[in-house]
Design a protein around this ligand. Structure first.
Ligand SMILES: [Zn+2]
Length: 308
């Protein structure tokens, strides 16, 4: 199996945000920073976040000054020395009443994330992941007691038994399976039928399993194909809602497809020519912000998967 280098960083990776983990320990500093003039806030509301400039084709994340309402914020880090926090205002009926949104409006970040500046995309991804985790950690999984944030929101501590719960991210393998000049792409029931897009296979890593074993198991479960060599490509945080995608190329040892119809709508072997000609053939590839698309584009190399 040839080694295919990532052509560029994945969306939601890189950037200059300094997570400044040591500052989370300093409750007095966090308090001062939150109240300071310089502080900026990423606001989420019912799964959406503030985006401006989209109409001009140059979307940006809108970071606002301290909202006019008390809230438990998560400290994301320092951006050029500016402390950046994340808050979730989903419970408010009208979040615009407590923030200076300017011309920004709440929007689904996935609609624009491929076009966002690198720092904006990584900050939004981090904020979304942290706020989702915190929202799901209101109660202690040991004793059922209420939890409260510590360490600038990076710990949820049980007020009854003092167990500390830490942010979690769920590893998932995502793999482009190849055999000679053919690529194995599939369509999950989760994909919108009308888009008719074909993507790499993917699945969650189970406890006690290596990444390579997870690749082989998932491919066999979903399409009945045996995989030999597995080569790492790159990773991508995927806060939709809580995954870390670990991307691989996998060498198929067998060809026959036996579809797991409970998970997959369709799967098949595709040639490069078919992938390049997909508009005429009536199918599409996954969205450009996804590592799935990067795996396909990088494998296609100079021919590229195209920009659509
Ligand atoms: Zn507890």
């Amino acid at each position: 199996m040839r080694f295919v280098k990532p052509s560029r960083p994945n969306v939601y990776t890189g950037g200059t945000l300094d997570r400044a983990g040591h500052l989370r320990e300093d409750a007095a500093w966090v308090e001062r920073a939150m109240a300071g003039e310089a502080a900026r806030y990423v606001v989420f509301w019912q799964g959406k976040t503030l985006i401006e400039g989209g109409a001009r084709g140059a979307p940006r994340a809108r970071l606002v000054r301290r909202p006019a309402v008390e809230t438990a914020a998560v400290f994301l880090g320092l951006l050029d020395g500016v402390p950046v926090f994340a808050v979730d205002f989903s419970r408010l009926e009208n979040p615009y009443e407590v923030i200076e949104a300017g011309e920004a409006a709440f929007a689904d970040m996935r609609g624009v994330s491929g076009a966002l500046p690198v720092d904006d995309a990584t900050i939004l991804a981090t904020a979304r992941a942290m706020l989702h985790w915190r929202g799901r950690t209101a109660y202690c999984s040991v004793c059922g007691g209420r939890t409260a944030p510590r360490k600038a929101g990076y710990v949820m501590a049980c007020m009854a038994c003092d167990t500390e719960h830490f942010p979690r991210t769920d590893p998932a393998v995502i793999m482009l399976v190849a055999r000679g000049d053919f690529l194995l792409l599939g369509q999950s029931h989760k994909f919108p039928r009308e888009r008719n897009f074909y993507s790499t296979l993917a699945g969650f890593v189970e406890p006690g399993e290596s990444l390579e074993d997870a690749v082989r198991r998932e491919v066999f479960e979903e399409v009945g194909v045996r995989v030999g060599e597995v080569v790492y490509h790159s990773s991508q945080p995927w806060p939709f809602p809580a995954s870390l995608m670990l991307g691989f190329y996998a060498q198929a040892l067998t060809e026959e497809i036996v579809l797991d119809e409970s998970e997959m709508r369709a799967a098949g072997w595709f040639t490069r020519a078919q992938i390049l000609d997909r508009a005429r053939l009536g199918f599409d590839l996954p969205p450009p912000d996804s590592i799935a698309r990067r795996l396909i584009d990088d494998w296609m190399g100079d021919e590229g998967g195209g920009d659509s």
